[in-house]
Write a protein that binds this ligand. Structure first.
Ligand SMILES: [Zn+2]
Length: 197
């Protein structure tokens, strides 16, 4: 029971309160103890040091961590106090990041019809063993996507404007499959950031 609570995810914000990562509760408590992070109360945005946090009694029915002296509330969001401690992570292969890499532009014809009119195209179709990876996925407008259909770009005679590669910018935060309701205040569009299968 304790192990599973400690393995729960905590959203990690940088000093500007932008989500930068997801850490385990155990890791967050270590950062709290080290004073490299403070717990954020998602209700009122108050932040807590380790000693402040340890004084709070866990509300009835909420999970808690039993320590020698006390019951500790489980943090859901923490904010880093030291900007230099940003966690390193590769750019997540997410819908948002594909749109960002391709500048909301169809990689075949170059139109920018808006996000709703753009789809993610597998250059080598999944039906032919194509993978969902940075080098096999590009944005395509609805027209190009239906024209290309279930063929490779070469088979369809359609040229890519740029070779697709994994972007090198620093991600806002690493995508993570587990999310907690209170995170929505900090992560407004989970849809865009969820790791694609
Ligand atoms: Zn197009």
């Amino acid at each position: 029971m304790v192990a599973t609570v400690l393995e729960r995810p905590t959203l990690v914000l940088n000093r500007n309160w932008q989500p930068v990562n997801v850490a385990t509760v155990a890791r967050s408590l270590v950062m709290l103890w080290n004073e490299s992070a403070r717990v954020v109360d998602p209700q009122d945005y108050q932040t807590y040091s380790w000693s402040d946090w340890a004084k709070l009694a866990p509300p009835d029915g909420e999970p808690f961590i039993r320590t020698i002296r006390t019951r500790l509330r489980v943090p859901e969001v923490v904010t880093l106090t030291d900007y230099d401690r940003l966690p390193e992570a590769a750019v997540a292969f997410s819908r948002r990041n594909i749109f960002k890499r391709d500048h909301y532009t169809c990689q075949y014809c170059g139109v920018q019809p808006g996000a709703e009119e753009l789809t993610i195209d597998h250059i080598l179709p999944r039906s032919q063993g194509g993978t969902s990876t940075w080098d096999n996925c590009v944005l395509a407008c609805v027209t190009c996507n239906s024209r290309k259909a279930d063929r490779t770009s070469a088979q369809a005679g359609m040229k890519l404007r740029m070779p697709p590669v994994r972007p090198t910018w620093k991600p806002l935060y690493a995508a993570h499959s587990v999310r907690i309701a209170s995170w929505s205040k900090f992560v407004s569009e989970a849809y865009w950031n969820v790791e694609l299968e």
